[in-house]
Structures are given as C-alpha cells and as structure tokens.
Design a protein. Structure first.
Length: 349
C-alpha cells in the first residue's frame, strides 16, 4: 500500500527487478506490483546495457535500486533507447546530488526513500512538491537528496536526542538520531532480548542513523552514529565528505571512513573508484579537496581501489575500516605519497 501510494503507481505497471527480492522482501514490491496487476521483469545480473535494453523492450515504468545502479546507468556508453518516462526509487545510501541530476537527463524520475529492514524497508520519502519544479535542476537534486517525511502507514518519525528522546529543533543544523514507531516497525530481534532492549527507547525504535530536521519537516541523514569521524574535536560527517568528492569529474564511487591518527585522533580516509580511462594522483585529490571543502574535513589518505560491496550494492564500510588498520600498522614506506599528503595537511591546518 505504501509503495503504490507513495509512488502514485497506476494499474498495470511494468516493474524491472534491479533490486533483489531477497533484500528486505524487495521493499514489498512483489506484493505491490501483484496488487496492481502489473508485470514483473526479472534480471539475473544488474548490468547497465541489459537494463537499457529491457526498459525499451518491455516499456518499463518503474524500478528500484541503490545509488550504485544509477551510477552504472550514467556510466553506460550508449544513448538512451526509450522515449517514455521512467520512475526509479532509490535508497540504501544517500544519492549524490550530481547523480540525481544525471538521472533527470536520462528522463528517469528519481524518488528518494529511506528505511531499514526493521521497518520493512522504505518508511520515509522525499515527497516532491510542485513548487520545486521551477527550481534549477541542481537545486532540485539537492532537495531530492534528503530523506523526507514518513510514509502514510508509518505512525511516527522523529529526529531526537539519543538519550532524552527530546526532538531536536527543526533548524537543519542540530544533529540527532532518527527514530521510528508504528505497526510497520518490528517487535524485536528474534531470540535476542538484549539487542531488542538496546534498539527500543521509550516506545521508539532507534535506527542508529544521525540526521538533522529541516524547517519544512523533512529530515536529512548526516551519517551512521558509528561512521562519524572525530578529528581534533571536530565531528566530520563521512556522508558530507563523500557528497563533495562525488563532484570530482574523475571519481566514479567513493567511501569515507575514519583512520587512526596520532595527532588528531582520527582523520578521514577516502577510498575511491576512478572512472574508466581516467587517473588521478593523491596530490591532485588532496589539492582539489582543499579547494572544495572545509580544511578539517579534507581526507589525509586516498586509496584508489574497487570498493567492497554486499550483494545488494551497499559499500561494506566495516571492511574499509579494517583496511585503514592495515594502513596504520604499515611502515612509513608503504606509500611516500600518502605520508606527504598527511604531513602537508597537518602543517596547513
């Protein structure tokens, strides 16, 4: 019901399965599409060329997927082959504004949702307002990158102090934890009462996600509580650093985690996948970051390698955090470039 209403889905949609059905029950779309007497178009592997082909061949109207699916579509070399509008729902991680803008050029309308397995998949949506249609495309993309307001059938959604449960001011700046409650929210973790007790506070499910609450009532995720980087006493949002790095013309994918630092406690470490046919040095990336973000947020370490992912496309940040431990323990000679970048950053702060 939420899927149909939130997306304004008509009767007989043609739904392409780029989202695995095993991932949180396919966000419940096996039932949504069936209830609307729609057509399921299935994929054995998520490949941009095949997606382009199937959208044209079956006149696909809807699909879902993580931002990596959108990135793959944008990286596809061939021209768009369809002449009808397509709607795509995305979640799993905050899509960069640049990716959303790129999808608009493909005539794919992106709806950004947010949720967790514990709330049966998407439970909030960046519900679009007609007034926003007149804004420049870049501004629309920034608005659409927010996580939004609760679904119709979700009873409660708030951003609040993790300890007191007092809602944070709707000022777009005060950081708090995201909480859900309602009959779409789980009762608890199976045979794990300690984890259940930890997850619920005062009748609310604590997501562990940190966000701000904007004046219009929409929320915007800043990070997972465990992914916040504390450097020299400053709290750094890894998502915010990632969103800026995505603007670099040679960067295809990025993930930022904390790396131990003897001086600052922690510093951002950026793992980058570079676009095919491109190359970039650590020094180039560092200089670009210094010019495009607040200096204390600038990563001190850049690692160019494929990002580890789950079967649903999520970046496995716990694996990357382990990689930073290897870098920390390695001798200084592991990379003179990285050491030079780090030394330069420290001296200029």
């Amino acid at each position: 019901m939420n899927g149909a209403i939130t997306w304004s889905m008509p009767q007989h949609p043609v739904y392409l399965w780029t989202l695995p059905m095993f991932h949180c029950c396919g966000w419940c779309f096996p039932w949504t599409v069936a209830a609307l007497a729609g057509t399921h178009v299935c994929l054995r592997k998520v490949e941009a060329a095949k997606i382009f082909q199937l959208i044209q061949e079956h006149q696909v109207t809807h699909l879902c997927g993580a931002p990596i699916v959108m990135t793959a579509l944008l990286a596809h070399g061939g021209p768009r082959t369809w002449n009808h509008s397509v709607k795509m729902m995305t979640a799993a991680s905050a899509p960069p504004a640049a990716v959303i803008a790129g999808m608009a050029k493909l005539d794919i309308e992106v709806t950004h949702v947010y949720g967790l397995t514990e709330v049966y998949g998407p439970a909030s949506v960046c519900q679009w307002k007609a007034d926003w249609n007149d804004l420049p495309q870049e501004e629309q993309a920034v608005i659409k990158a927010r996580q939004g307001v609760r679904y119709l059938a979700q009873e409660g959604l708030m951003v609040a102090d993790a300890e007191t449960l007092v809602p944070v001011p709707r000022d777009g700046e005060t950081l708090g934890e995201v909480f859900f409650r309602g009959n779409l929210t789980m009762k608890g973790y199976l045979k794990n009462p300690s984890a259940t007790d930890k997850a619920f506070r005062g009748g609310w499910f604590a997501t562990g996600d940190l966000a701000v609450w904007d004046p219009d009532g929409y929320i915007k995720l800043k990070d997972r509580s465990k992914d916040i980087i504390i450097s020299g006493g400053e709290n750094i949002s890894s998502l915010e650093v990632e969103s800026i790095l995505y603007k670099h013309p040679k960067v295809a994918e990025v993930a930022v985690v904390a790396r131990d630092d003897a001086t600052w406690g922690e510093t951002p470490c950026a793992f980058l996948e570079i676009k095919s046919g491109e190359s970039v040095t650590d020094e180039e990336m560092f200089k670009w970051c210094r010019e495009n973000m607040v200096h204390y947020m600038v990563p001190r370490t850049f690692v160019m390698e494929p990002l580890p992912r789950t079967s649903t496309g999520k970046v496995q940040k716990h694996v990357l955090r382990s990689r930073t431990k290897e870098l920390t323990k390695a001798p200084i000679s592991v990379s003179s470039k990285l050491q030079n970048v780090g030394n330069t950053a420290s001296s200029k702060l």
